[in-house]
Design a protein. Structure first.
Length: 250
């Protein structure tokens, strides 16, 4: 069972290689994995791929950290205060379904295509999933836990800090994971649209696509997929370290 994931990848790559080599598929349409690997190694060796991945990573993390802190804070305030929840709920309900990618033209008009534009779209994208998940976690805290803490003599502040917020941690983590995923997507999209920065994986994809260097496009996509998987796994490791009770660890 442990070998199944790796085996499925190996079989898929082998089938892809055979289909391209023996199926007479033009490389410009679908290059072979072996060819993609050669270009990937070359892009790593010349430094273009590591540099642009690092730029994209910094943009993702800068916006995500701002959104994570503000999102958790706003979600907790909404969960703890009915007044705050009533004031902010219509704004959250109206703005959350709005496709964030539709804000890119407006942000380019306001902020240009520099770092402020990409960091803003990154933060906006992650903010709403974090707020909603945090708020839901606070509101769904078991009232039996709250009643038990109150019967043991805990005051309101102690209940909030030691019962309600820890109980909401799984929902908060879920929101942070969702926020990270959509942030990666929107940052790369913003790099592709606002390509005047001439940096980032999104810019690489547009650059290679315009000159029809399909192998390099696939190489950048493979690197981005691995990069995203590493970020998500690192986030899960942080979850286990910060709050082991929330992820099934004792």
């Amino acid at each position: 069972m442990r070998l199944l994931p790796a085996l499925s990848v190996v079989l898929f790559v082998a089938a892809w290689e055979a289909a391209v080599r023996y199926g007479d598929v033009p490389p410009i349409i679908l290059p072979a994995p072996s060819s993609i690997a050669r270009y990937l190694l070359a892009m790593i060796a010349d430094g273009s791929l590591p540099w642009n991945l690092a730029v994209t990573f910094m943009r993702i993390m800068a916006g995500f950290l701002v959104a994570g802190v503000l999102g958790v804070l706003v979600g907790v305030l909404m969960g703890m205060s009915k007044v705050v929840a009533r004031v902010l709920d219509p704004w959250i309900a109206a703005l959350y379904p709005l496709p964030k990618i539709s804000l890119i033209p407006l942000l380019i008009i306001w902020l240009g295509t520099g770092e402020a534009y990409i960091l803003t779209i990154s933060a906006i994208t992650a903010f709403f999933p974090v707020v909603i998940s945090t708020y839901a976690g606070i509101r769904q805290t078991s009232q039996e836990l709250v009643k038990a803490a109150r019967d043991l003599g805990a005051n309101t502040r102690q209940i909030q800090m030691n019962v309600v917020i820890p109980a909401a941690i799984p929902s908060i983590f879920a929101g942070l994971h969702l926020g990270m995923g959509v942030t990666i997507i929107l940052v790369v999209a913003a790099e592709m649209i606002g390509g005047s920065n001439q940096s980032g994986v999104g810019w690489l994809l547009i650059r290679y696509g315009q000159v029809m260097e399909t192998e390099k496009v696939f190489a950048a996509l493979v690197a981005l997929a691995v990069f995203g998987g590493i970020i998500i796994k690192a986030q899960q490791a942080v979850d286990r370290w910060v709050a082991p009770w929330a992820v099934g660890r004792s």
